[in-house]
Design a protein around this ligand. Structure first.
Ligand code: ARG
Length: 597
């Protein structure tokens, strides 16, 4: 795998050139229209698809409607006037004529067409090595994701959460911003005490090792056991509540028990993170922060922002949201109290510019209220908090049921997917000499299948996870992208063995349609990533990768590469550039790249 580590400080000069073409176009339009560059930047439409909806294949389009209204002109006429001015300027400049092949006014737009026969080589050259990152800008993003509880193993919902969190963190980094990945672990509360109580009553001093269970699973099973037993004996609920009181009063024995189970749980959770290649920069524990926020609520009450209801609870009211209790009448805090305190604490400690919470859509209202309360309290930065809400992962009926019958756990999910992939791989090759290596490969492919399927749906959508579909090598899947890279690897190896080398100068000519289509998609990849960033939506990256793969594979199947002596260097350069973009794309999705499949 080529190094994906980026050196943000150094931009490749080729990238500068194709940025230069874009800025030249923007300048030209600004000058000819009399608008300032900032305004133009806001209205310009860039190619993100091969063609726009009207079937136009422009590279940049500038709408003239607003300006026309201001000037009391017809937009079509204005576009023609502006285009004429710019065309004159292009005609008189050698440099500009090399950059642009065509400029025309269409239905109130001024459309620019790049000279791809010149630009294509530059794009290709820039992608022969690692993908370029933008220079680092001093904005800090906090991305909070995963945030599990220590009474249960991770489940398939966490898998989606982790996929989104990791990918969004990478997409933000690609923009040149700093990112800290946070995990807020819920290790306190009544549900934790329930697991503790079951262990205390029925655990017989067992350990995960003795029971031969993964430690988080071991703890989770006691939580399940509690719920079973409590159905027969409702008194247990009260006992659990008592245990919570003991915990809150720092009762020594209770704390000891809590620490033991918590440690086991964390061991197991972090093993799962490792298996999925998920990591964090900052781990927070609710046990350490849960009392934060009370002070804020009391201050808000004093300022008259909140009020006490008849029962004595502190409550807030909004114009367009349901009212919310902030502190119970007995003075104990609730979920939102803690989140209020935590947001302020994080702001003070890390001074982030933006904070993104990756949390399931059931909590949409919670976050709306949270942000609104912070705003009421006078924290202007509340506008820079964002809830990245995501929908449910459904499973096909009868497939991938967990042993407990309810949700499927993350570990089991990966195992089943690995098993499925392994079976497929076995079908494809007659003899297996290294079963261990094949299992490794099956895991990498299974991870690709899972993560790509999770990410190709826009976060807010629910979807059905289809195991067989997710692992096919031909379809909109992670393995398909891995496979395309492996295919290019073997092509490049073959070229090397035949002694084909790359020219120093990249001055390729006569690009055919299939070639150009690939190059244009490579060119717009940067823009797609920017879009994914703006909308916090990795599915944009997935879709683009599939488009590149499809174009490349159709090219590969129909056009000779090594046999066509006049074109082979160019075509190899295309293959290599595709590999760079695809590998980097998989990196953005936190999917492993395989040398061969
Ligand atoms: N642990 C919580 C849950 O399982 C999610 C925490 C989300 N983060 C937050 N800052 N509220 O629902």
């Amino acid at each position: 795998m080529e190094s994906l580590r980026s050196k943000p400080s150094k931009l490749r000069s080729e990238t500068e050139i194709f940025n230069e073409v874009e800025s030249k176009a923007i300048d030209l339009f600004a000058k000819a229209s009399g608008l300032d560059v900032k305004t133009v930047l806001n209205i310009v439409k860039k190619r993100s698809e091969q063609q726009d909806k009207q079937g136009l294949d422009y590279d940049l389009a500038f709408p003239c409607f607003q300006l026309a209204t201001k000037k009391k002109l017809d937009a079509k006429t204005l576009a023609v006037q502006i285009a004429k001015k710019i065309n004159n300027e292009i005609k008189n400049s050698k440099e500009l004529s090399r950059m642009f092949s065509k400029l025309e006014a269409v239905n109130g737009y001024v459309n620019f067409y790049y000279n791809w026969n010149w630009l294509a080589s530059i794009v290709l050259k820039s992608l022969q090595k690692e993908f370029a990152l933008k220079p680092s800008k001093d904005l800090l993003y906090i991305v909070e994701f995963s945030s599990p509880n220590t009474n249960k193993p991770l489940h398939i919902g966490h898998v989606r959460n982790d996929c989104i969190g990791e990918s969004i963190a990478r997409i933000i980094k690609h923009q040149g911003f700093k990112v800290l990945k946070f995990n807020l672990i819920n290790d306190r509360g009544i549900h934790i005490c329930k697991a503790m109580l079951a262990y205390k009553l029925f655990g017989n001093n067992q350990t995960p090792e003795k029971a031969n269970k993964k430690p988080d699973k071991f703890v989770g099973d006691f939580y399940v056991l509690f719920n079973k037993k409590a159905k027969q004996n409702p008194m247990l609920e009260q006992e659990a509540a008592k245990l919570l009181q003991l915990w809150e009063s720092n009762h020594e024995e209770t704390i000891k028990l809590w620490k033991k189970l918590r440690e086991w749980s964390l061991q197991g959770l972090f093993q799962t993170y490792k298996d999925y290649n998920v990591s964090f920069d900052v781990i927070e524990f609710e046990s350490e922060i849960y009392s934060k926020g009370k002070q804020l609520v009391l201050e808000g009450l004093e300022k008259g922002l909140f009020f006490k209801d008849d029962q004595g609870a502190i409550v807030v009211e909004f114009e367009n949201l349901p009212r919310k209790v902030l502190l119970r009448s007995d003075g104990t805090s609730i979920y939102i109290t803690q989140d209020l305190g935590l947001a302020v604490y994080r702001k003070q400690k890390y001074n982030f510019d933006y904070m993104i919470y990756v949390v399931a859509s059931e909590q949409n209202l919670h976050f709306k209220q949270l942000f609104a309360i912070l705003k009421k309290l006078g924290f202007e930065w509340a506008d820079r908090l964002k809830h990245l809400s995501y929908g449910m992962v459904l499973l096909e009926h009868g497939k991938m049921k967990s042993r407990e019958g309810q949700v499927i756990e993350a570990d089991e999910f990966l195992q089943q997917m690995q098993h499925l992939t392994f079976k497929e791989l076995k079908k494809r090759c007659q003899s297996i000499n290294d079963e261990k290596a094949m299992l490794e490969k099956a895991k990498a492919i299974a991870l690709a299948a899972i993560k790509f399927f999770m990410l190709k749906h826009a976060p807010r959508k629910d979807f059905v996870f289809k195991p067989e579909q997710s692992i096919t090598f031909e379809g909109e899947t992670g393995p398909y992208v891995q496979y395309t890279i492996a295919r290019i690897n073997s092509l490049l190896k073959k070229a090397e063995s035949q002694g084909v080398t790359m020219p120093k100068q990249f001055l390729f000519k006569n690009f055919n349609d299939k070639e150009l289509s690939i190059v244009k998609n490579l060119y717009s990849f940067n823009f797609v990533i920017e879009q994914a960033f703006k909308e916090l939506d990795p599915s944009k990256v997935c879709k683009h990768l599939i488009k590149i793969c499809q174009d490349f594979n159709s090219f590969y199947q129909t056009i000779p590469i090594l046999k066509d002596v006049n074109n082979r260097e160019k075509r190899l350069a295309i293959a290599k550039a595709v590999r760079t973009a695809l590998s980097y794309g998989l990196y953005l999705l936190n999917i492993p790249v395989l040398e061969e499949m």
